[in-house]
Ligand binder design. Sequence first.
Ligand code: TYD
Length: 223
Amino acid sequence: MNVPLLATNYNEIPDMQPRLITLEGIDGAGKSTHLTTIRQVLTDAGLPWLETREPGGTPLAETLRSLVLSQPMTALSETLLMFAARHDHVERVICPALARGQWVLSDRFVDASYAYQGGGRGVAEKQLVSLEAWVVGSLQPDLTFWFDLDPDEARLRLNRGRGVGDRFEQEQRDFFERVRGGYQRRFQERPDRLCVIDAGQAEVEVSAQVKQALESRLIKWLR
Ligand code: TYD
């Protein structure tokens, strides 16, 4: 897969609080495509950024990623491996980058565990709350783009784009309905950092919406 893992740009680090921006959505919603738009807006604003993903972003977390995407396992093992990968990622990549003054763009973060393991697999929310507190503490994204898409449309896109999908992509419609519901519940309580994108629109419209939303956040943050 062509993810420019740990890609960075080299804008000078300005004297400004760096932010954590995350992208979320069900498989097939097309979020990864729009990382390009986000990178471009930050670069044009003269901001240094680092792009990464979950599960993944470090050698250990990428190894755990390949396990969770391919091996049959219980919902609890899946959850623990997601959070083990996340711990390494937060400690080695996200926190150091923010401390250096780099903005971090992460293709998925903790919200995905509430949606997939909580909504999709039925792991109890209170377990996820404890793991979140243990693994990421108070670290929260400053802005989250939720690429929301009907699971039927997402399935059509997945079928068009790839061969045999991974363990998650092989799940049925009802799983993705539950994941979507998981995102809905999670974001209901976090409207401030949320930007919902209607991912059913044409790619160029989605990209324009992302660009506009990010630019207006930047104006607010940089004021
Ligand atoms: P994804 O971003 O979809 O990768 P790709 O676009 O290469 O398929 O992420 C991989 C899968 O991991 C995705 O199906 C969702 C799942 N996932 C979880 O179930 N829980 C999590 O906490 C995270 C971060 C991802």
